[in-house]
Design a protein. Structure first.
Length: 86
């Protein structure tokens, strides 16, 4: 299982909009991906609601985990991006 640790890039954290973008990308990839806070319980990254339960603010370190390297890298990029920017 591979993982990448990244800092949340969205200005107000992983709230509804970024969580939906991430979840939709995971669902489209159709491979298991989890997100967790350092030392925390992993949640299904294919569920926007589960992502929001992390309550991850901008700058929070999040561990992205998946066996599928291209999807792992894509989701890590999304977590690190400011998905609130227009």
């Amino acid at each position: 299982m591979g993982y990448i640790t990244v800092e949340v890039g969205s200005t107000i954290g992983l709230h509804a909009r970024p969580a939906n973008i991430i979840a939709e990308t995971v669902q489209a990839a159709d491979v298991p991906v989890t997100l967790s806070l350092l030392g925390g319980e992993p949640v299904d990254a294919g569920s926007a609601l589960m992502i929001m339960t992390l309550a991850a603010a901008k700058g929070t370190k999040v561990v992205v985990t998946s066996d599928h390297q291209p999807t792992l890298e894509k989701i890590a990029e999304l977590v690190a991006a400011d998905l609130d920017a227009n």
